[in-house]
Every structure is written in structure tokens, then in C-alpha cells.
Design a protein around this ligand. Structure first.
Ligand code: AHR
Length: 518
């Protein structure tokens, strides 16, 4: 491949990352909670039943916020079922995942788990089978100090201090026909507005997210955002986006190109939100909450894997085993989020444990890192700061990506005529001046000679250079080979005044951290 050149200027900045850009998601779904973060009796479990082997991996992964309890699950959830004495909590059919929900883990246990993990909770309210009334009661239960029925109930349940939850989602994917009590944009816009008003009257400090389209491929995408924001504009802070990249076509170049569609998706939602603002003569800017994103396909279309007969508790569903190729596409998604740090303020990797997750466990056994764990841990630990605007000169290739329209087997086709082989982001730590480069070489067979000019940075020093690659794009991490796909040293990096050169292996994800000599 010919040389790929990049220009980074210290004063060309896209924006500062919000700490909440590095979130994840725990849903009552499969073994996400039961057998995932919570497994009483497990040899690493504490007295609350929290698995500490999982917690150790969560700390290494370093998510900053955690969305809960769904997802599709929340659209049929009665939050009251999950609080109070555990032996009195009801078992219920969960129609989202055709399972039985035992409710032995609920809101208060989740908050305790977040505190232990030092993660900010992000709660979703049920605007499917319920409405603003249940939402305001949950908020009063969580955030009101005391002296009212709901807040005193929390105290009786053993949580004297308010949970003080700041981030809230007004429902989940309310346009999806798979959702319990799907809504039209008008119906949802109205109910979300009324819920938001009441919630803010109780606690004006909260931040609220309205549901955007379930995916960019939905036939109503665009019109949905427009109408929902016309209703909710004055009452919410964020609009949500969800994307799951697939490789149904078994087309690795398209899989690796697909994160570029996330860039277009973000830019389209920004345009719609700002056009609503313009029509309202408002200078307010609605920010974006990308509160579900990942690669997901193997366990998505196969209904046998999505629902097991007999209404089981915590069935082994959506347990996607991620490959090396998936990790590359996933890394591309991290780069897309960073390069839109000016508008995407919240994002949640969906999900955390077992269910389309970076962490896998065996019930009663060990926990290990999936391939996608590694790009996320690097993105979260080293991607915080000022995102620099990279001017990239890279050869390109053409790809065709096919995305299902929600849950049906009808595809939208996205031709991508000019995909740069290099996808990258660069983030400067404002405290130390260190610059971290995240770089994806999407060429499957050729190494990439990368030449970065760092204007205004002086002579860089190398802190660390890591690559994620494997000779087999289908390689995975398993219980018996948990480190099969893991980062190794990237050796071929050279530095000169205002310059960094490296050779990136074919089909590789790379992180290069450069310190600054002041
Ligand atoms: O993350 C899995 C599911 O994907 C969520 O429950 C839903 O919101 C989305 O469709």
C-alpha cells in the first residue's frame, strides 16, 4: 500500500469527550444479570451476590456509566416488582425475551452494584405498558430525600440516602414493532413530554433522553426524530441512537467499512435536531446519546437462540462469540464516537456481560475477555480528552453493506464507494499533553505505512504502542483460550520532531500513545 499521511494540528479540535461517552448497558436479558454481574453462591460472590471476578474485569474495561434495566425488557417492567424484601417479589413473564423474571435483582441492587464498581447509573423508565405516572413514582423513590410515601418506602427498604440518579431514558425503541406497546411518533412524543415534565418537577437536576429510531434502517427514520423532537424539544437533553453492525453477508471488507455509516447516522441526527431547533428559533442544542452500539448478528436473526421454550429464568440467549474481525469493526465504532465528541455526549456499549458482551462468564465458573473487550478498554482508558481533527490522506476501497430493517428480513443497502483503508481518531489528554492515536488498518492483506505529522506538538516520545491482530479473522477467545486474541506490542514505530511513523499490520486495530517533551 502507498504511504498513508495524516496531519494533526494541536489547535484543530473536534471537541472534548464527555466522561459519559464510555458507558455500557445491563439489561434483564439472558445471563446479563443472573449469572453475569449477579450470581449468589459463586465462589467470587460477595454477600450481595455480586461476582467479583466480573467486577475486576469491569474495572479493567472501565465503563463510566451503566444503562439499566433495558432495552426491550423495560417496556413491560414494573419497577415496584424489583424492590422490597426479596422473598416477597413476584415472578413475572418477560415478553421481551420470553423468559421468567424472578426479580431477585432490582433497582436498589443495581445502584449498589454501580457504587461498588464506581459507575454512574443511567435508568430507563417504562413508557411501553406504563406512562409518566410510574416514571415519576420511580424518580421520587430514587431521588427524593424522604417524607413522602415513595421516598420513605426506599428508606424502609434499607436505602436511607437518595440514589441521586441524574441520567434517565424515556422508554426504549418505542418505534419498534417488537416493543411492548409500540407507539407512533405522535403518541410517544406526547407521553415522553408529559413524563419528562413531571420527572423534572420532582428533580430539576436530572438529564433526559428521548427515544430516537431503533435503527437508522427503520422506514420511519428521520421523520420519527423530527416529530418526537418537535414534542419533546424543551423537555429533553438528548435523543438516542442505536446501531448493531452485522456481517450476515460474510463480507469482511463491508463489516470493516460499516462504522463509517455510524458517522453518517450521527451527522443526520444532528442535522434533524438542529433543524427542529431552527424551526423553534432556539439556540438550544440537543445532544446525542448513542445508548446502544455494538456488532451483533449471529444470535440476532436466529429465533431459536433468541427465545428458549418453557419460559426459563436467565436462558443462554444472545451469547454472541466475537471474532477478530468483529473486534476490528467494533474498534471502528469507537473511532466514530470519538470523532463526534462535540455532539455525542453519552454512549453505551450494548451490553456488558454474556449478552452481546465484552465479558463472558460460565455460571459457576470463570469469566474472560471477548475480542471486543480490548478496543473498548483502550478507548475508555485512553480516549478521554480533546479529540483532534485528523486530516487523512489514505487510499480507499469500495464496499456494500446491508442492514436489516429492525427485526424483519428486509435489508437496506448502503453502497460505500470510497472507504479509506485508515480509520483513525487522535485524542489529546489536556492534563499531560499526551496524544493517543487509535488507528484501524482495514486492508485485509497489506501492511499500512503510516506517517503522521504532529504540528505544534514538538518531539513526541513513545509511551506505549499496542496492536490487536490475528492471522485468522475468525479467531475468538474462549474459556480454554481466553487470550487467543489480545493486544501485543506494535514494534515498528519511529519518532522525529513533529512526526510519527509506524507500519500497521493488515487487518489490525492499533493504539499508539505519545508523550510530549515540553
Ligand atoms: O441490546 C439488545 C436489544 O437490542 C435491546 O433490548 C433493544 O433495545 C435492542 O433492540
Amino acid at each position: 500500500m502507498r504511504k498513508v499521511s495524516v496531519m494533526l494540528k494541536s489547535d484543530a479540535v473536534i471537541g472534548e469527550t464527555d466522561p459519559r461517552l464510555f458507558g455500557a448497558f445491563v439489561e434483564h436479558l439472558g445471563r446479563g444479570v443472573y449469572g453475569g454481574i449477579y450470581e449468589p453462591g459463586h465462589k467470587t460472590a460477595d454477600k450481595q451476590g455480586f461476582r467479583h471476578d466480573v467486577l475486576a474485569l469491569v474495572r479493567e474495561l472501565a465503563p463510566t456509566i451503566m444503562r439499566y434495566p433495558g432495552g426491550n425488557f423495560v417496556s413491560g417492567y414494573n419497577w415496584e416488582d424489583g424492590v422490597g424484601p426479596v422473598d416477597k417479589r413476584p415472578r413475572r413473564l418477560d415478553l421481551a425475551w420470553m423468559s421468567t423474571e424472578p426479580n431477585t435483582f432490582g433497582n436498589n441492587e443495581f445502584i449498589d452494584w454501580c457504587r461498588l464498581a464506581k459507575i454512574e447509573p443511567m435508568l430507563a423508565v417504562n413508557l411501553g405498558t406504563r406512562n409518566g405516572d410510574a416514571a415519576r413514582n420511580l424518580l421520587e423513590y430514587c431521588n427524593h430525600p424522604g417524607g413522602t410515601a415513595w421516598s420513605d418506602l426506599r428508606r424502609v427498604h434499607g436505602w436511607e440516602q437518595p440514589h441521586d440518579v441524574k441520567l434517565w431514558c424515556l422508554g426504549n425503541e418505542m418505534d419498534g414493532p417488537w416493543q411492548m406497546e409500540t407507539k407512533t411518533a405522535h403518541e410517544y412524543g406526547r407521553i415522553a413530554t408529559e413524563a419528562a415534565k413531571m420527572m423534572r418537577w420532582i428533580d430539576p437536576r436530572i438529564e433526559l433522553t428521548a427515544c430516537g429510531s431503533s435503527t437508522r434502517s427503520m422506514p420511519t427514520f428521520g421523520a420519527w426524530e423530527d416529530e418526537v423532537l418537535q414534542h419533546t424539544f424543551d423537555h429533553v437533553d438528548y435523543i438516542s441512537l442505536h446501531t448493531y453492525i452485522n456481517d450476515y453477508a460474510e463480507d469482511a471488507p463491508a463489516l470493516l467499512a460499516a462504522p463509517d455509516l455510524m458517522d453518517s447516522f450521527i451527522e443526520e441526527v444532528v442535522a434533524i435536531a438542529d433543524s427542529v431547533a431552527a424551526r423553534k428559533h432556539s439556540s438550544k442544542r440537543i445532544m446525542l446519546s448513542f445508548d446502544e452500539w455494538n456488532v451483533w448478528y449471529r444470535t440476532r436473526r436466529d429465533k431459536a437462540l433468541r427465545a428458549k421454550p418453557g419460559w426459563p429464568v436467565a436462558p443462554e440467549i444472545l451469547e454472541e462469540i466475537y471474532s477478530m474481525a468483529d473486534a476490528l469493526s467494533f474498534g471502528g465504532m469507537c473511532i466514530s464516537l470519538l470523532n463526534h465528541a462535540d455532539r455525542v455526549k453519552v454512549a453505551c456499549l450494548a451490553q456488558l456481560v454474556n449478552v452481546i458482551a465484552p465479558i463472558m462468564t460460565e455460571t459457576g465458573g470463570p469469566a474472560w475477555r471477548q475480542t471486543i473487550f480490548h478496543p473498548f478498554a483502550q478507548f475508555s482508558n485512553f480516549g478521554r480528552g480533546r479529540v483532534l481533527r485528523a486530516e487523512v490522506d489514505s487510499p480507499t476501497y469500495a464496499a456494500n453493506y446491508h442492514d436489516p430493517r429492525g427485526a424483519v428480513d428486509v435489508y437496506n443497502h448502503y453502497p460505500l464507494p470510497a472507504v479509506p483503508y485508515l480509520k483513525m481518531a487522535a485524542v489529546e489528554d489536556p492534563g499531560t499533553g499526551a496524544v493517543t492515536v487509535f488507528a484501524l488498518n482495514r486492508h485485509l492483506s497489506e501492511p499500512m505505512p503510516l506517517d503522521i505529522t504532529l504540528r505544534g506538538f514538538g518531539t513526541p516520545v513513545l509511551i506505549e504502542a499496542l496492536q490487536l491482530r490475528h492471522s485468522n479473522l475468525r479467531a475468538t477467545n474462549t474459556k480454554s483460550r481466553p487470550d487467543n486474541v489480545s493486544p501485543t506490542a506494535l514494534k515498528d514505530v519511529s519518532l522525529a520532531p513533529d512526526r510519527m511513523r509506524a507500519t500497521l499490520a493488515p487487518a489490525s486495530w492499533n493504539m499508539i500513545r505519545l508523550g510530549r517533551v515540553r
